[in-house]
Design a protein around this ligand. Structure first.
Ligand code: ATP
Ligand code: F6P
Length: 443
């Protein structure tokens, strides 16, 4: 029998990778670490980040710039202890089944990188260094203003003073910083070096499948301002009947939503800059997109088609409960993993959406018009919803969602079209045709 994978070609028992971040402060290391972790977890690959700064804060909560001067023996000792504690916790985490651990620290000298490599290799874990190198002064200053002055390191301090101190902290790091392989004696390392947010990239000795997946993902990240808009199609004729799947036309109210959508989009964009529109290949999403301005590029993706309900396609929940009672119950017990007979599970949908996520990361403003399960999976990626939560998130019809990536999270804005529609949300155990979500849930 072929060895089991988690569906994305990873055999957790055989792969363990430590991603070691490298770079001066305010170069987006935590940003990159956090995105990689979110992406991997979304793909069911156990991933965790160990931020050395958090460990250091236990011992030195509000250090000033000279704490980071390498001539400061006390500072050096505490920083080393923090790195050791972070690595030790990471090793424990690997032993409990972790697959990709991310060590988020500056690791900015050759000596530190050698220590990290030896320490981690000793435990049979592979190391890939990911360096962010950036010399765009304006961007660095913006990073300091946006995220550093509000760091717990500067709690209660004047932001101007904090920015000045952080600049001095960077100067202390610059005195000893060596970019990877600067002297040509780190060529044996496996690394990805991202320069000026991906304008140039160096890849060295990337070995296996998972490493190349991580590298490919990181190469596609950008930080230009942008948003992603998500909408379900307008209400369909099958929605009215409480039937799942199919390829129905829009209902009268669904048509009304399609007519209203351009206005709603314009309101949420706040300017006439064009969006690129991605729909599924099903009639109801294409019809929903058809009144959008002609200068919006439109693209149909098979990967955005609704979760395939297999033999249950076109049935009501009551009919499924009557005809396949065990399946109906099994789905409620583990909705993420339950695969319809001859169809798909949420897990399957996530896997087929992976190229969509990759393309979204590379792109700028995109409006996706798709389906309930698919939108839930994309929403889960941006909002870090767990596998238990994501299949139950209420995503009402006739509602536009605008997701805007920020430094350490995603901002959500909701625009309601005020065109009535049935509810297609279903609570656990229910076979109701149109049940309204509990008020506390979701969008
Ligand atoms: P520190 O060493 O102080 O922890 P850091 O390198 O981890 O700093 P972050 O906290 O991640 O820096 O900085 C976040 C900011 O970096 C965000 O505003 C983000 O837009 C920006 N950023 C993301 N990627 C990059 C990159 N490749 N180069 C420069 N800046 C980036
Ligand atoms: O200076 C930025 C920072 O993230 C500190 O918060 C943290 O203590 C340090 O980097 C960790 O890196 P190093 O390995 O250089 O101590």
């Amino acid at each position: 029998m072929a060895p089991r994978t988690n569906g994305v070609g990873i055999r957790p028992e055989e792969t363990r990778i430590c991603v070691v971040m490298v770079g001066l402060p305010a170069r987006g290391k935590s940003y990159i670490a956090q995105k990689a972790q979110r992406y991997l977890k979304w793909l069911s690959i156990p991933a965790a980040t160990f931020n050395v700064g958090n460990y250091r804060r236990n011992d030195a909560p509000h250090p000033s710039a000279d704490f980071f001067d390498t001539n400061n023996a006390e500072g050096e000792r505490k920083r080393r202890a923090a790195a050791e504690a972070a690595v030790a916790d990471m090793m424990k985490w690997f032993k409990s089944g972790g697959v990709v651990g991310i060590l988020d620290a500056t690791n900015s000298t050759k000596e530190r990188r050698k220590w990290v490599l030896d320490r981690i290799n000793q435990e049979g874990v592979d190391v890939i260094f990911v360096e962010s190198k950036c010399d765009e002064e304006e961007l660095i200053m913006a990073n300091i203003r946006d995220v550093k002055t509000t760091s717990p390191d500067y709690q209660g301090q004047d932001p101007e003073q904090a920015a000045l101190d952080f600049r001095n902290r960077i100067r202390n790091y610059e005195k000893v910083y060596k970019t990877i392989n600067a002297d040509g004696d780190e060529d044996h390392l496996t690394y990805l070096k991202i320069m000026n947010v991906g304008r140039q990239v160096i890849i060295n000795r990337i070995q296996d499948y998972l490493q190349s997946r991580i590298v490919y993902y990181l190469m596609n990240l950008h930080i230009r301002p942008r948003s992603v808009w998500l909408s379900r199609h307008g209400e369909s004729m099958l929605n009215l009947e409480g039937r799942i799947g199919g390829d129905a036309d829009l209902s009268h109210r669904g048509e009304e939503y399609a007519l209203k959508l351009p206005e709603l989009v314009l309101e949420s964009v706040g300017s006439d800059r064009p969006l690129t529109v991605w729909t599924s290949t099903l009639k109801r999403t294409i019809a929903t997109a058809r009144h959008l301005p002609k200068h919006y590029n439109q693209l149909q993706w098979k990967a955005l088609d609704e979760l395939d309900a297999g033999v249950c396609d076109g049935m009501t929940y009551q009919e499924i409960a009557d005809m396949y009672p065990e399946d109906f119950q099994a789905r409620d017990e583990d909705k993420y993993n339950y695969r319809y007979r001859g169809g798909e599970s949420y897990r399957d949908v996530v896997i087929r959406l992976e190229p969509i996520i990759m393309e979204l990361e590379r792109s700028e403003d995109i409006l996706i018009i798709s389906h309930q399960a698919v939108i839930r999976c994309i929403y889960a990626y941006f909002m870090q919803k767990t596998q238990e939560e994501s299949p139950w998130v209420p995503v009402p019809l006739h509602t536009l969602m605008k997701l805007t990536p920020r430094a350490y999270g995603t901002e959500v804005q909701i625009y309601k079209a005020e065109v009535k529609a049935v509810s297609t949300w279903r609570g656990k155990g229910s076979t109701a045709k149109h049940e309204d979500p509990k008020p506390e849930g979701g969008v």
